[in-house]
Design a binder for this molecule. Sequence first.
Ligand code: XMP
Ligand code: MG
Length: 186
Amino acid sequence: MYGDDIASVLISEDEIAAKVSELADLVAKRYPADAPEGDLLLVGVLKGAIFFMTDLAKKLTIPTQMEFMAVSSYGSSTSSSGVVRIMKDLDKDIAGRNVLIVEDIIDSGLTLSWLLRNLSSRNPASLEVVTLLRKPDALRTQVDVLHVGFDIPNEFVVGYGLDYAERYRDMPYIGTLHPKVYGGEA
Ligand code: XMP
Ligand code: MG
């Protein structure tokens, strides 16, 4: 579909599906189906987490509700600065709710630690994180992540929601980009 833009398949569609099921089992075990706090509230971070969020919700055996947030981090297109701006806030109050942040990828961890501080100030009953991908740099930051799908090498990846300049999100697998796409070598 994208010709030879994709250098390699890092995680196949089948591997993603198996991991999402595994994560759904772990998450479902953690929250009672009839919690007094109400249904588990999945907070998806737009746009990268959309595929993961919907696939996870379909596999979860407990009732969930979904909210979305869009944040933008000041910095270059491929690295974040930790200064975050809310582009789209939650529609609902999360006070007293069990909240699970659903992330596509944690790189430096700066975006997520900002998000955790921001959402915890709204007094949820609980606040946890599940991320599909994590890069090595994330291990240097103090972010408590409930569950991680895959630890991946420090390479820029696309597909399954992840983009480069808004392209490649629609790929059903996760791959690495050929350097020519960045305007590098041919
Ligand atoms: P930090 O560094 O704050 O950044 O953890 C997390 C955000 O950076 C983006 N990001 C990527 N997006 N492929 C992408 O498509 C990547 O390899 C990648 N690494 C970081 C992403 O928006 C994530 O939420
Ligand atoms: Mg993102």
